[in-house]
Design a protein around this ligand. Structure first.
Ligand code: PLP
Length: 345
């Protein structure tokens, strides 16, 4: 597909919003079996009013992106890891696992069918892919659904944080907890998110872009932001990231930690990070995720004060800039993919 066949969209002005595309992929699970799945143009889901997804949040989702490379190829980033995470989530929520073949087929078909909506190379935008798995069908009591729908919807999107690009964001430590130590924080259950809406609102009232959560047991250790993990470059030249069983294992974070170790030769550590005890050792901080990519964090609000990092919280630090550039280059096919992370659609 050449650029002329793309939709007439001002790609550069896209935010992280839903844009209706032409097709979505749908498969259903009934009586122990998945249907082969098909593309549909209908963005409205027709489901029973008793559906366990609606009453008991028996549902989960994934988030990934497709990018156009300079040579026009459409690239996915490590989709096998999204499959694995959805499998883990489904098992935790007593839902049938979407087989890997069906998951990848659904993702690829939804992207291919909407190729005209995949933002062109260099536009700064990408196609966000949202696979979801929901429990449907007639039900009343608290029990697993008898039927399920797997759906893959896509939408072209721009930067997640309104400031856009690689501009510096602020986080405010939340008075609320995101996840319990042995709860569902490490899987991508939709139920993990609505409690965060209020926390995000409170963070925005403080002038921050998002909430930052501490561990629920001690309220000491950094967990993650509302929709992104945290990475920190310390004064002792080490890239550290929180170790916790209650945070979502971010595919972006895992990739950045590998890039830091292998491409930049940095020391890396995944370990509990005590915010108050260690903040003075933080040189550069960033939030990372599919939507956030790598967003430098300039300031964190807690204990009634703003705490700033590199460049007084105004500028992107050199290490985060390098990590961002390398990640983006691999994802967009600009740099040879020595890791084997990109998958052509
Ligand atoms: C709570 C949370 N943490 C972290 C992430 C980042 O994960 P990933 O890099 O796999 O997108 C996300 C987004 O998916 C998220 O919702």
């Amino acid at each position: 597909m050449n650029a002329q066949e793309k939709k007439p969209i001002d790609w550069k002005s896209l935010g992280f919003e839903y844009t209706r595309t032409d097709y979505r992929f749908v498969a259903r699970w009934r009586k122990g079996e998945w249907s082969v799945g098909e593309l549909t143009t209908d963005e409205i889901m027709h489901i029973h009013e008793g559906s366990p997804a609606l009453h008991y949040a028996q549902q989960c989702f994934e988030g990934m992106k497709a990018q156009t490379a300079e040579d026009g190829r459409i690239l996915l980033f490590r989709p096998g890891l999204n499959f694995e995470r959805m499998r883990n989530t489904a098992e935790r929520l007593s839902m049938p696992v979407v087989p890997e073949e069906l998951f990848l087929c659904g993702v690829k078909e939804a992207v291919r069918a909407n190729a005209a909506w995949v933002p062109p190379y260099g536009s700064g935008a990408s196609l966000y892919i949202r696979p979801l798995l929901i429990g449907i069908g007639e039900n009343m009591g608290l029990r697993p659904a008898k039927e399920y729908e797997f759906r893959v919807m896509v939408s072209p999107v721009g930067p997640y944080y309104k400031s856009g690009g690689l501009s510096v964001i602020k986080l405010a430590v939340s008075d609320f907890d995101r996840a319990a130590p042995h709860g569902t924080g490490d899987v991508k259950a939709g139920a993990n998110y609505p409690g965060g809406l209020y926390a995000t609102r409170k963070a925005r009232e403080m002038g921050a872009n998002e909430a930052l959560y501490l561990d629920a047991a001690h309220r000491r250790y950094i967990e993650e932001a509302g929709s992104a993990n945290i990475i920190i470059y310390t004064n002792s030249n080490t890239l550290i990231t929180p170790k916790s069983a209650a945070i979502l294992p971010s595919i972006t974070r895992r990739s950045i930690m590998d890039i830091a170790a292998k491409d930049l030769g940095l020391a890396t550590e995944e370990r509990p990070i005590d915010l108050r005890a260690e903040i003075d050792t933080f040189a550069e901080v960033a939030a990372c995720g599919t939507a956030a990519v790598l967003s430098p964090v300039g300031k964190i609000w807690f204990d009634d004060a703003w705490h700033s990092f590199y460049g007084n919280g105004e500028k992107v630090g050199p290490v985060m800039q390098q990590l961002y550039d390398l990640l983006r280059q691999v994802q967009s096919g600009e740099k040879a993919d020595t890791y084997g992370w990109t998958v052509e659609v």
